[in-house]
Design a protein around this ligand. Structure first.
Ligand code: FAD
Length: 391
């Protein structure tokens, strides 16, 4: 028989690769199977930006990846200023909560590079790239994963970290006799980066617009910012079709010219937005993490943070039971139980906010704006919201 792995992680994105890093000091034999070749041009600005919560930052420190970041490309958020479509306003201030920052804004590609630089180097770790699984079969004490490069990996546990179109999720679903599919919001997240005329002072802004779209300006290091405009497909397509200069002018006006003149750094890119919550996160010798396990609207900027929390919980369970079979039903069920509440809560918050801000008519308009203003005046609720968002 070929060598037996304890864990095969399918998908070397942010979540899957971070899990391999987090487990590197334990005695597990691990393979990371990634479908794509390594990314290049790390020094070009990436339009894909994340607000990394303090909980995720701690996890990435434990995984040894945070230390590999280029901090000159990271921007702490000191304040979040959220506006409704009429008078509603909600402000979260790090200083008021005695925190050094609310989150750190950074580029996806840079974080990915840092995580990959922290991957294990021991002989108990193997990176299999580029390769994708094509089938799985089971023996009494392990699963056998056949890859498209002809290789077979025998393993006690398969972790599906293969993103929104996960192959591993399909296997888990088939085993459970289900076929849940992501539900499109019929919206795209349009992202682009800009130089700003005025300094942002570490403030992130978000506007819930009257047309149901949500515009976010996230501060980047220096006089730069990144926008995420979650908009109905028609508006999103219109924004993506604009020249970089016309888009900058449009974004400038939509944000009330708060940062003066904007000049483009990157062209716009649009990502279709979908929602997915699964009843089951585990299957036979399989566990799902990250976007393979759930898809949430980016309005709360929590997708990857939720994924890092999955990886952290799964790692903690595996590390706390080193002598137990990694794919045993008891461990997998523990993981599923641990994650259920967080995932359902985040899904509920994002879906309800999305519904509330898309509802037409004066009553929903009044409720959403007055709700923000009341929350803004309730320090205990605000503190609870901050603590939850910080992870
Ligand atoms: C517009 C937009 C803005 C967002 N903004 C934020 C934000 O501000 N904050 C936030 O927390 N989240 C945000 N998100 C969500 C975030 O992008 C995802 O949650 C995150 O990328 C998920 O990471 P992952 O590692 O699970 O999946 P991915 O990053 O998709 O990685 C999956 C990996 O698996 C590989 N793969 C895929 N299939 C296979 C296969 N069959 N075999 C082998 N390898 C495979 C892929 O090549 C990839 O490397 C946003 C999303 C969108 C669309």
């Amino acid at each position: 028989m070929d060598a037996l792995f304890d864990i095969v992680i399918v998908g070397g994105g942010l979540v899957g690769a971070s899990l391999a890093c987090r487990l590197k000091n334990a005695n597990f034999k691990i393979a990371l199977v990634e479908g794509q070749s390594p990314a290049e041009d790390l020094y070009e600005w990436d339009q894909r930006i994340y607000a990394i919560s303090r909980g995720s930052k701690r996890y990435l420190e434990e995984a040894g990846a945070w230390q590999k970041m280029d901090f000159s490309r990271c921007q702490p958020v000191s304040k979040m200023d959220i506006s409704g479509d009429t008078s509603g306003n909600l402000v979260f201030d790090a200083a008021n909560a005695q925190l050094s920052e609310l989150a750190v804004i950074l580029e996806s590609r840079h974080l990915q590079g840092a995580i990959w630089n922290a991957l294990p180097t021991s002989e108990r770790f193997e990176l299999v790239q580029p390769a994708r699984p094509v089938s799985v079969s089971y023996h009494s004490h392990y699963a056998e994963l056949l890859l498209d490069n002809g290789r077979t990996l025998n393993t006690k546990l398969i972790v599906g970290a293969d993103g929104a179109r996960s192959w591993v999720r399909q296997q888990v679903q088939t085993q459970a006799g289900r076929s849940d599919q992501p539900i499109p919001y019929r919206q795209k997240g349009v992202v682009a980066n800009f130089n700003t005329e005025k300094p942002h002072h570490g403030v992130a802004w978000q506007w819930f617009q009257a047309d149901g779209s949500i515009l976010a300006w996230l501060p980047l290091s220096g006089n730069r910012m990144s926008m995420v405009w979650s908009a109905q497909d028609e508006l999103a397509d219109e924004l993506c079709a604009l020249s970089a200069e016309d888009l900058a002018a449009r974004v400038e006006v939509a944000g009330g010219k708060l940062l003066g003149k904007l000049t483009p750094i990157t062209p716009a890119a649009g990502f279709p937005l979908r929602a997915l919550v699964l009843p089951n996160l585990v299957g036979r010798r399989m566990a799902l993490v990250g976007d393979a396990a759930h898809l949430v609207h980016p309005l709360a900027g929590q997708g990857v943070n939720l994924g890092f929390q999955d990886a952290k919980d799964l790692a903690n369970i595996l590390l706390s039971s080193p002598s137990v079979d990694c794919g045993s039903p008891s461990l997998l069920q523990r993981y599923e139980r641990n994650r259920r509440f967080d995932i359902l809560a985040m899904d509920g918050v994002t879906k309800n906010l999305h519904r509330l801000f898309n509802a037409q008519g004066s009553a929903p308009k009044w409720i959403r704006n007055i709700g923000m203003t009341i929350t803004n005046k309730a320090p205990l609720i605000k503190e609870a919201l901050i603590r939850h968002a910080l992870g």
